[in-house]
Design a protein around this ligand. Structure first.
Ligand code: FAD
Length: 483
């Protein structure tokens, strides 16, 4: 095979500079490319979209940053792998909850809930039902211990309520309970009847609570991409491992060749077989791809000319089913801009994608008008489509009922000179930005060790030095506010 007929990375003269193709310019791909580039490895980053960031997408159409993908930093602490970057860029965080928040709870104190008739739900009831919900979840641990077979969180809640009728709620309190289930479903981006009882609370949560990125996540993406050879509009269609090399075919008909590749495309893209692998991926890898779930979450952001809602972080509407409940993030509290973001998850998020943006915006405005009959119409709106966008095909991974315990490890495991990164390979922090970032750094390190073993000590060629210690110790403290 004549390697020179491939475009892109040219055959190197001695001494050898290893080359790696990173596929996907989300946070994991950018982190991997940055780490490899800092280790003097030649990197090309291929991205199918016309923009960087993947499931991080800060939109500026409203004249202020609005994150249509990730918006929270989960774990506002120096141990968060993103802390050094956030600090060095001087980015501000608005903390919506502290250390004692539970997994799916961004801040109990600053919710205001309404019923379908627009009446405010008494705060004592919100707190009381929240306590009952915590007790129910605690009881599901017993159900888990009693059953060898996995089941859904929904099924376990039903078993608990059969055993403890005193925990059942009636009337408005029942609707508030549905709202808590809706919040939990939003965390996992999946309905309660799909979430694994065995796994749902096994996530390792960093300290420091949850903080909104006030200026959006985009500055981090820009910083990581500095000086990296990124090729936008380069959709990868095939990855072949040949003669100790990796050949990557691009939709535009060109091919690139390198010593190794790191695949960071979303799990949804792998599930849909949008990239052909030659030879085929081993069965254990294919099984992991199919076992891990991909959830759905969409945002409908609404810009108003003035604020007509109370000064709380979240506005919620309670309903007889978790599907019909709704909630809106009040960006005005965190950023000062008159923006509400409706967050839809699970089947509701999927269903919204079947309609036009106008329909979705009208639908959530109807919900808002139930809470605030005098609500003005939005000046502008934005609607995300993470589930049908062929570059994401879902929002982030979750643990479905019956998932094998080692699926994340298998998804992460390399196949020869092919490495895997992305939020879904992060065992401890899947579904998060910091988990995706770390997975990219880890894949780059593993890839570098692989190349060192195969090609010898190219380290002596180190062209760019980065002070590794500078990455460990943030120069400035995290800037956290609570207005
Ligand atoms: C609505 C929503 C809300 C979220 N909220 C939060 C939050 O508040 N906090 C948090 O920590 N996390 C949140 N997340 C999750 C977080 O956004 C992701 O975990 C993280 O951004 C994933 O990064 P990644 O690099 O793994 O994947 P991606 O960002 O998806 O990057 C993969 C890249 O691969 C590209 N690609 C796809 N196919 C191809 C191809 N064939 N060829 C070349 N390139 C391809 C894609 O275009 C994309 O740029 C949220 C996600 C969504 C969708």
């Amino acid at each position: 095979m004549d390697l020179l007929r491939y475009q892109g990375i040219e055959r190197q003269k001695e001494p050898v500079v290893p080359s790696v193709i990173v596929i996907g310019a989300g946070i994991s791909g950018l982190a991997a490319a940055r780490a490899l580039s800092d280790a003097s490895i030649k990197v090309i980053l291929l991205e199918s979209r016309q923009r960087l960031g993947g499931r991080i997408h800060t939109d500026y159409t409203f004249g202020c940053p609005v994150d249509m993908g990730a918006s929270w930093l989960h774990g506002v602490c120096n141990e968060n792998p993103l802390a050094p970057l956030i600090c060095s860029l001087g980015l501000k965080l608005y903390r919506t909850s502290g250390d004692n928040s539970i997994l799916y709870d961004h801040d109990l104190e600053s919710y205001t809930l309404f019923d379908m008739d627009g009446s405010k739900v008494p705060q004592e009831m919100v707190v009381a039902v929240g306590d009952v919900f915590k007790r129910i979840l605690k009881e599901t641990e017993r159900v888990r211990d009693e059953h060898a077979q996995d089941m859904s969180v929904h099924q376990a809640i039903s078993i608990v309520l059969d055993r403890h009728p005193e925990l059942r709620q009636e009337g408005l309190a029942y609707e508030v309970m549905q709202w808590y289930i809706c919040r939990m479903e939003a965390w996992f981006a999946a309905d309660a009847d799909m979430i694994s009882l065995k796994c749902w609370d096994q996530e390792h949560v960093l300290l420091g609570g949850h903080g909104l990125m006030v200026q959006g996540y985009e500055p981090i993406i820009k910083e990581l991409a500095k000086d990296i050879d990124v090729r936008l509009n380069h959709r990868v269609t095939k990855i072949s491992q040949e003669y100790n090399k990796v050949v990557v075919d691009i939709e535009n008909g060109t091919s690139l060749i390198a010593d190794a590749a790191i695949v960071t495309v979303p799990l949804g893209v792998l599930k849909a077989n949008l990239i052909q692998f030659e030879p085929k991926l081993p069965e254990w890898k294919v099984a992991a791809i199919s076992e891990i779930g991909v959830g759905s979450e969409n945002k409908i952001a609404l810009l108003f000319d003035q604020v007509f809602w109370p000064n709380v972080e979240l506005l919620g509407i309670v309903a007889p089913t978790s599907y019909s409940c709704g909630y809106f993030l009040n960006l005005h509290k965190a950023t000062g801009h008159p923006v509400l973001v409706c967050m839809a998850a699970g089947r509701f998020a999927n269903d919204l994608e079947k309609y036009s943006d106008e329909y979705a915006a009208n639908f959530v405005m109807l919900q808002l008008k139930k809470m605030f009959p005098n609500a003005s119409d939005p000046v502008q709106y934005l609607v995300s489509h993470w589930g049908t966008d062929r570059d994401s095909l879902g929002c982030y991974s979750y643990d479905p009922v019956g998932m094998a315990g080692d699926s994340y490890q298998k998804l992460k495991a390399p196949c020869g000179n092919l490495f895997f990164a992305g939020e879904a390979v992060s065992e401890e922090h899947s579904g998060s930005v910091h988990g995706a970032y770390s997975s990219g750094v880890t894949a780059a390190r593993n890839c570098e060790s692989h190349l060192l073993q195969r090609l010898g000590n190219f380290k002596k060629l180190r062209l760019i030095f980065r002070d590794d210690n500078a990455l460990l110790e943030p120069t400035f403290p995290l800037q956290i506010s609570r207005i």
